[in-house]
Design a protein around this ligand. Structure first.
Ligand SMILES: Nc1ncnc2c1ncn2[C@@H]1O[C@H](COP(=O)(O)OP(=O)(O)O)[C@@H](O)[C@H]1O
Ligand SMILES: [Mg+2]
Length: 534
């Protein structure tokens, strides 16, 4: 069943149910992306599991989200089960061997895996606006916040950084509006309140440092297998917007960081987007266009993207048309919308004269799918009814203690587990604010001292002898006169100059210090995340 450069998916059947032939995914075309669809309980997750296993064994690192927790078993060795053995023997998978896989568990909340974080600066305004479901006016303000920060090389690492930046903008909205365009205080306030809500939802865990290094998702083991990164997404799914935005950020990050490699003999990474409809649900057209662009361009960086969703209509047409490798599990076709979905799914396949696609999709059994993959020259294979192979790793979840063990021996153990609060906008702003306040306090104290001294010096003089007069210089034998005049004039100049706003002072010096060390403005890519290595 093992063929060089190909990943075994299962075995197809003829219309009379007799065995036809093995069905494979050609690794050379695995970066032409894919789509796994089907109703709940039809076998999508198991298909994802066997694909991940196949890629890992071929030395290709994999990223996937574990939406229900049932994919975690991929870290454990499979166990004998009647129905799995039966499937193996039906399709002629002999020997059917069990295997465990090198898995790195990740979790935005740090509970079921290593923490994943990024900084706001790295994520950028486009995805953040999407995350917070902003109005156009709010997005405009957010763009300005990032523009000021980017131009000045000022890092917005976490939520409090952005909060202080927004406060600064509200305080100076007149001057800044003149330079950057309208900054409405209402919009600033609305963003600040939304940020608080986001924090309450636990999203602040995701913003900060140490930020994920993409290379940690692209590891291979010493024996040449690709590591499988499994993102614990059950809790994350309770905030679908965060889930979707996070995955888009990861995609964007991969795109911006990886070099061009053309069409490699196998992908450098395969990325599974489970519950893919969440990416596109009421997404603005502009965002969909950019996702489409990234999906198209990331291919030549050797990244294969596989969308997993119930209904092929969940994926916008422009994205759908780029997904070369198709695995369609069963769909129901009762309602008109369901029928439309089945029709769409059926029509995207290169037809097989032996059977009717529409009918087949509604009749497929569990763990069975219509399969068409890209063959030589990138032409889609004739669609086949395929019994998907059973997994070699465990079907179903692993226990908490097994998960712990896996995490303890993971190559990233200890790297991401604790927050690091590096100097960033918030700290810099606040340090400067404190310093400014201290300086102010110091100045006031000195002035008070002067005042006291002045009073004191007066005690040495005799009132009524012109001592209060600055021009009088003949009373003091200790040279007090001169200094008292100086002091007095200084104390008169109080109160004086408008106290420089703390944020202003902070911004100026922060901008100066960071910009001078960075030496250039930041540059953003298609999805607005930071371009690196320029
Ligand atoms: N390729 C397969 N081989 C054997 N059993 C399978 C296969 N695919 C699915 N199954 C069975 O069907 C069940 C549901 O599959 P699952 O992948 O969880 O469905 P979905 O993700 O579409 O909801 C699995 O727990 C397993 O018992
Ligand atoms: Mg599933």
């Amino acid at each position: 069943m093992l063929q060089d450069g190909k990943l075994y998916l299962g075995t197809s059947r003829n219309p009379d149910d007799s065995i036809n032939k093995g069905e494979y995914l050609d690794l050379g075309y695995a970066n032409r992306h894919g789509l796994i669809t089907g109703a709940t309980g039809t076998g999508k997750t198991v298909t994802l599991q066997i694909l991940a296993e196949g890629f890992a064994n071929a030395g290709v690192p994999v990223f996937c989200a574990d939406v229900k927790g049932d994919l975690s078993g991929i870290a454990a060795i499979g166990e004998y089960k009647d129905f799995l053995e039966k499937r193996a023997s039906t399709i002629g998978l002999d020997p059917y061997t069990f295997q465990e896989f090198p898995v790195v568990f990740w979790d935005l909340f740090g509970e079921k895996g290593h923490r994943i974080r990024t900084t706001l600066t790295e994520m950028g305004p486009l995805l953040l606006a999407r995350l917070m479901d902003m109005t156009d006016a709010q997005e405009g303000v957010l763009n300005i916040a990032f523009k000021i920060a980017d131009e000045n090389g000022l890092a917005l690492l976490d939520m409090k950084d952005l909060q202080s930046m927004l406060s600064y903008m509200a305080e100076h909205n007149k001057e800044l509006s003149g330079i950057y365009g309208n900054i409405s205080k209402q919009s600033v306030g609305a963003i600040q309140r939304d940020l608080l809500v986001l924090e309450q939802q636990g999203a602040e865990k995701f913003f900060g440092e140490p930020a994920l290094k993409i290379s940690d998702m692209m590891r291979t083991t010493p024996d040449g297998r690709g590591a499988i990164s499994v993102l614990a997404a059950d809790k994350l799914m309770m905030n679908p917007r965060l889930y979707g935005t996070f995955l888009l950020w990861l995609l964007s990050e991969l795109f911006e960081e990886l070099p061009e490699v053309g069409d490699p003999d196998r992908p450098r990474l395969v990325f599974f987007f489970d519950e893919a409809h969440l990416l596109f649900d009421d997404a603005p057209k502009a965002l969909i266009e950019r996702v489409e662009q990234v999906v198209r361009l990331i291919r030549s960086k050797g990244v294969g993207i596989y969308f997993v969703t119930q209904n092929p209509l969940d994926v916008p047409e422009s994205v759908l048309s780029q997904l070369g490798n198709r695995i369609q599990h069963a769909l129901r076709a009762y309602t008109p919308r369901e029928q439309k979905a089945v029709k769409t799914a059926a029509e995207t396949f290169r037809p097989n004269p032996e059977f009717d696609c529409f009918e087949a999709i509604t009749q497929l059994g569990v763990g069975e799918a219509l399969v068409s993959t890209l063959e030589s020259k990138g032409v889609p294979s004739v669609v086949q009814r395929t019994l998907i192979r059973p997994p070699s790793s465990r079907l179903g979840p692993i226990s908490d203690s097994e998960r712990r063990k896996t995490m303890n021996v993971s190559p990233v153990a200890g790297i991401y587990d604790d927050d690091v609060d590096r100097n960033s906008a918030f700290e810099i702003l606040h340090k400067r604010a404190e310093e400014a306040a201290k300086a102010e306090e110091e100045k006031r104290r000195r002035e008070e001292e002067d005042e006291e001294e002045l009073q004191e010096s007066r005690r040495w003089t005799l009132p009524g002898f012109g001592d209060d007069d600055d021009d009088d210089d003949d009373y003091d034998d200790r040279g007090r006169k001169k200094s008292s005049r100086r002091r007095r004039s200084r104390s008169r100049s109080r109160p004086r100059r408008r106290r420089q706003s703390v944020a202003e002072a902070a911004m100026k010096s922060a901008a100066r210090s960071v910009a001078s060390s960075l030496g250039r403005a930041l540059v953003r890519g298609i999805l607005g995340s930071l371009k690196k290595g320029l």
